[in-house]
Ligand binder design. Structure first.
Ligand SMILES: Cc1ncc(C[n+]2csc(CCOP(=O)(O)OP(=O)(O)O)c2C)c(N)n1
Ligand SMILES: [Mg+2]
Length: 241
């Protein structure tokens, strides 16, 4: 049987008929599995994206708007942001366009001048539109850009690692960009962090700034987004580590 209806009308009719079940025990068990799975991903790394995103969420309030670019950092943001509000996560989910982030962050900050805007980006995505720093500086937009610098086009690099026998093509660009100097050239404030402690210190300082700030976070090139289902696969094919 199929039902054709306006979804809003249909859900309004349906919801009163459904009995709410809290499923507390099950959700607690899922949380245990999730924590164990996350912990197993990052035993050796100096700074895992989870540490960065966790610190950002702990140090910002529920009105904060989080914006991403496209790549692994986007997936980590989706996994680890502690979402506390609606309409507070701007991400290029469908077309996945690298370079989306800074323009979207500027739009969010202009549209919501009283809210904090945090822009999570990757080294490669940020290269695509970082010239927009001119606008952010001129307009004194206090956007904090968190650059997760793994020195690779990480999302594609991960695929080439996992499914193409580590035959890397166009994913290791050997760039030597100094994001801290570049930010200074634009007239923006900037920091570099290699440990969770350094990141927290930099982020606390960034929150005091009136204009845009970049924080370059050095993360491991081999960090993976997990769990992951291969293209065309099902949950049966899930990759956990
Ligand atoms: C304009 C554009 N070109 C290419 C791609 C394909 N692509 C998706 S993610 C990605 C790598 C992104 O690298 P980076 O911004 O450093 O993020 P990371 O995955 O390393 O976190 C690429 C090339 C894309 N989505 N958009
Ligand atoms: Mg990268």
């Amino acid at each position: 049987m199929s039902v054709i209806s306006d979804v809003k009308y249909f859900l309004e009719k349906l919801l009163p008929l459904v009995e709410e079940k809290k499923r507390t025990a099950w959700l607690e068990q899922v949380a245990v599995w999730r924590d164990a799975s996350i912990a197993s991903q990052c035993p050796a790394a100096k700074m895992h994206p989870r540490d960065i995103i966790g610190a950002v969420c702990d140090m910002t309030d529920k009105e904060t708007i989080y914006v991403t670019d496209v790549g692994q950092h986007q997936m980590w943001a989706a996994q680890f942001i502690k979402h506390r509000n609606t309409k507070a996560f701007l991400t290029s989910g469908g077309l996945g366009t690298m370079g989306f982030g800074y323009g979207a962050a500027i739009g969010a900050q202009v549209g919501c001048p009283d809210k904090r805007v945090i822009h999570f980006t990757g080294d490669a995505s940020f290269h695509m539109n970082l010239n927009e720093a001119c606008t952010a500086v001129s307009e004194e937009l206090p956007i904090i850009t968190v650059i997760m610098n793994n020195h690779v086009l990480g999302m594609v690099y991960q695929w080439q690692s996992s499914f193409y026998d580590r035959r890397y093509s166009a994913t290791v660009p050997q760039r030597k960009t100094d994001f801290v100097k570049l930010a200074e050239g634009f007239g923006a404030k900037s920091f570099r962090a290699e440990t969770p402690e350094e990141f927290k210190e930099a982020f606390a300082a960034a929150l005091q700034e009136k204009g845009p700030v970049w924080i370059e976070c050095i993360i491991d090139q081999e960090e993976k987004v997990l769990p992951m289902i291969p293209n065309g696969g099902t949950v049966e094919d899930i990759i956990l580590n």
